[in-house]
Write a protein that binds this ligand. Structure first.
Ligand SMILES: [Cu+2]
Length: 176
């Protein structure tokens, strides 16, 4: 019995040490990506509905191209990297950007309504102006960079980041 208890405690200790090392490793890789900066970032307010998009200017301060391969946010069930292209019949349609976004060495990429944007699907709750939304970008090397974007009202252009904008009206996109 005594032997059993001792080995039990030993196992708990080993697990605790392993968890500590794991957390430390994650912390290390999280904050070393200051070479991709984000400016003027914002998210379109959504009083109702489940889709919106985030915009801003991504700037690469390094000597090599940076590829953004994915995005995520606690304010969205899932996110995609989108571009807007002429579709059938000339209407503008948005779709996933093949290979993600590329920000060239010492260059910038503007994410703007009607152009590149960070698409947000399956919002669990409406987004009201003034709210802050956390967004994390994943880069090609697996590292991540996070920022906070303010929710703003936007009704400009003819952009409608809601159901029907070149997308099925179902919130379940194909291939999801
Ligand atoms: Cu989109």
């Amino acid at each position: 019995m005594t032997t059993f208890r001792t080995s039990g405690r030993a196992i708990v200790l080993v697990v605790a040490v392993a968890l500590t090392l794991f957390v430390a490793a994650c912390g290390d890789s999280g904050d070393d990506k200051a070479d991709l900066t984000v400016a003027n970032q914002w998210v379109k307010a959504v009083p109702q509905g489940q889709m919106t998009a985030a915009f801003g200017v991504l700037t690469n301060t390094t000597d090599s191209d940076i590829h953004v391969t994915a995005a995520s946010s606690p304010a969205a069930g899932r996110m995609e990297l989108h571009e807007v292209v002429p579709g059938v019949g000339g209407a503008m349609q948005m779709r996933q950007k093949d290979g993600g976004f590329v920000i060239s060495a010492h260059g910038s990429l503007e994410l703007t309504p009607g152009g590149y944007h960070l698409m947000m699907f399956d919002l669990p709750a409406p987004l009201t102006p003034g709210e802050d939304v956390a967004i994390t970008l994943t880069l090609f090397d697996g590292s991540t960079t996070s920022f906070s974007a303010q929710v703003r009202d936007f009704a400009g252009a003819n952009e409608d980041y809601g159901p029907g904008h070149g997308m099925p009206t179902s919130t379940t996109a194909p291939g999801a």
